[in-house]
Design a protein around this ligand. Structure first.
Ligand code: GTP
Ligand code: MG
Length: 275
């Protein structure tokens, strides 16, 4: 007998079941293990799901090459977007090149279950736009120092999953993994934190389970994409060598330059090409 205290379920109150692939972003500082984590996910899930990968590199397609050579996925399913000197712009404000790359992959290998998008290695402030990805993982590693998780930032605080990577190195760099994970949890209002090492099978299984759960939630229309928020003002070198402090206004694709060098071509740092 139906429970009359509950409102009748309204099918229109659920999200429509998506027809495209889940788009999962992987961001984090340089060298924390983003490509390796993507390789792990591909190795574990390629047998049961149809996957594709987009990498974002500043000047090269190094990450795509690394992933192709890892042999975890058909090399054709791994494509690179070259972002120029401002990799965070290509995943946050001016996402056209990435969206085109994702959509091309989806149509070339239809039906795809999931496209993983690796951001260019950056600092603690980089986050994906929810217009590009449905969910995002932020990757730190113990080699970056045990106190990094305390430093916060939108990715650490609000990514769907925070990974503390390379835990096998912790004894060598004097980091207390449990404390680093606890710091991450404290910064995240209960959102999940995963201690990971590619040498620790149990941690790899936990990562795989998290991704499976996300895929299931996405497919059943109950996953809600969260915007971790815009990146903080930051600086990076222009091609002419002058550092420019920028704040990205959300969604506009515009920059506010706080300091400027006339030698730097206005669009030189933000050219994105896709191949
Ligand atoms: N010890 C250890 N090393 C790891 C682990 N995962 C990745 N690495 C190493 O960390 C280094 C950087 O890994 P990548 O996966 O290239 O890191 P990334 O974040 O993609 O780097 P960028 O794209 O250049 O920012 C490589 O030498 C990896 O072999 C791990 O679990 N344990
Ligand atoms: Mg990489």
């Amino acid at each position: 007998m139906p429970d009359e205290t509950l409102p009748e379920s309204d099918p229109s109150s659920r999200f429509p079941i998506p027809e495209r692939a889940l788009r999962l972003g992987v961001a984090g500082p340089v060298g924390t293990g983003k490509s390796s984590l993507i390789a792990l996910i591909c190795r574990e899930l390629a047998g049961e799901s149809s996957l594709g990968v987009i990498t974002n590199d500043i000047y090269t397609d190094e990450d795509a090459r690394f992933l192709r050579s890892a042999g975890v996925l058909d090399p054709e399913r791994i494509r690179a977007v070259e972002t120029g000197a401002c990799p965070h712009t290509a995943i946050r404000d001016d996402i056209t090149a990435n969206l085109m790359a994702v959509e091309d992959l989806e149509s070339d290998f239809s039906p795809l279950d999931m496209v993983l998008v690796e951001s260019g290695g950056d600092n603690l402030t980089a986050t994906f736009s929810p217009a590009l990805v449905d969910a995002q993982i932020f990757v730190l590693d113990v080699a970056g120092g045990g106190d990094v998780a305390r430093k916060g930032g939108p990715g650490i605080a609000r990514a769907d999953l925070l990974v503390v990577n390379k835990t096998d190195l912790a004894p060598h760099v004097g980091v207390d993994v449990a404390l680093m994970v606890a710091d991450g949890r404290a910064a995240r209002d209960g959102r999940p934190v995963l201690a990971l090492s590619r040498t620790d099978r149990e941690s790899v299984a936990s990562l795989t389970e998290w991704v499976r759960g996300l895929l299931l939630a996405f497919r059943s229309g109950v996953h809600v994409a969260i915007d971790p928020g815009p990146m903080a003002p930051h600086s990076h070198p222009e091609p002419a060598g002058a550092a420019v402090l920028r704040s990205h206004s959300v969604g506009s694709g515009q920059h506010d330059d706080q300091a400027h060098d006339d030698r730097a071509p206005e669009d030189g740092a933000h050219h994105h090409s896709y191949r």
